[in-house]
Design a protein around this ligand. Structure first.
Ligand code: NAD
Length: 318
């Protein structure tokens, strides 16, 4: 009676932590197909998987930008069955849009948004037929709120959220669940790759004010934001694991309580100005306010460490 879990992007970060965590489930409730674009990068997962490899975990090739590889992977599963799909593969992009090519932007949309669409085109019809399944998508807080110099990345995650919100109504008709996991900053390869690419940005196409804003404000504070707010991939895996074991999983789940005050601003003001003004003040008015906010967030972090729970799970227990 094991549930079949298919996860994308498992060679590093959240995908790797998720695959290992779910495969190591004490009650052996899951059979995990951990997929990655390049099987040559499977070493870290093999190590993390330990004795679960060949038992509750198998590694398979899947590139979310390649329909043929998705079909081949799903066809290779017993009865093509996927009970829980975790769409995790993704990439970031930071910098002023003047300095980014349309091709670079398309790659982000193709991976983060169309990657999910391709997976669902292959897997959703079977789930509908079986009237059983849970689609879990690793989105981001940037799926509900834009962040300075993350324009295209945020757009790709907004696309994911709009797509899922629309599908969720149809899914209910087939007894299927969709859940969006919305982490804040997570300390993974993603952070390093995005930062390194950001550092390499050719800023000659941007005006001086924009270039300065990117280099001296955004990049300068980048690692501090991850140091202060960052969760580990294992944290995200733990949250996701709880979501997939719930009887009535939520549509949205934010993993970082430190972030909730920011996202709440969005819902507090129908005009949409409140979060934008607040971000503006945090960033530009000025280091003092910024540091104060960071200190405030540090305090919250300390508090939230003590109260790591999922409200709904707590309720379920009672
Ligand atoms: P990561 O870079 O370690 O992992 C992303 C994985 O996706 C990599 O293993 C990469 O090889 C894989 N991938 C990229 N393109 C692919 C493709 N075409 N086919 C298959 N796999 C592909 O970073 P991560 O932080 O673990 O990111 C995982 C997910 O979490 C992403 O969707 C990301 O947007 C989301 N996320 C990350 C953060 C963060 O701060 N790190 C925050 C919120 C959400």
């Amino acid at each position: 009676n094991q549930k079949v879990v298919l996860i994308t992007g498992c060679s590093s970060g959240i995908g790797l932590a998720l695959a290992a965590r779910i495969a190591k489930d004490e009650k052996k409730r899951f059979m995990v197909y951990a997929t990655m674009r390049n099987l040559g990068k499977g070493e870290a997962l093999v190590e993390a998987a330990g004795r679960t490899l060949g038992r509750t975990l198998e590694i398979k090739q899947l590139d979310v930008c390649d329909e043929v590889s998705i079909k081949a992977c799903v066809d290779s599963l017993p009865e093509r069955r996927v009970d829980i799909l975790i769409s995790n593969a993704g990439m970031g992009l930071i910098g002023p849009i003047e300095c980014q090519s349309i091709d670079e932007m398309k790659t982000v949309m193709d991976t983060n948004f169309f990657g999910l669409v391709r997976l669902l085109k292959e897997i959703l019809p079977d789930m509908k037929r079986r009237k059983k399944g849970h689609i879990v998508v690793i989105s981001s807080v940037m799926g509900i709120q834009g962040i300075l110099f993350n324009d295209v990345y945020a757009a790709s995650k907004f696309a994911v959220e709009g797509f899922c919100e629309s599908l969720a109504v149809q899914a209910l008709r087939f007894n299927l669940n969709i859940s969006l996991i919305e982490p804040g900053p997570v300390i993974t390869e993603f952070e390093r790759k995005v930062y390194e690419e950001g550092m390499k940005t050719d800023l000659s196409k941007a005006d001086k004010v924009t270039a300065d804003m990117f280099t001296n404000i955004y990049l300068k504070n980048y690692s501090q934001i991850f140091d202060t707010l960052g969760q580990t991939p294992e944290d995200i895996a733990e949250h996701t694991c709880k979501i997939i074991t719930m009887d009535d999983p939520p549509f949205r789940h934010q993993t970082n309580t430190l972030y909730t005050p920011m996202t709440t601003l969005k819902y507090a003001d129908p005009n949409g100005d409140l979060p934008i003004d607040t971000f503006y003040k945090m960033v530009f008015e000025h280091d003092k306010v910024f540091n104060t906010s960071l200190n405030f967030l540090k305090l919250l972090r300390w508090r939230s460490r003590k109260s790591f729970t999922l409200e709904k799970t707590e309720k379920d227990k009672n």
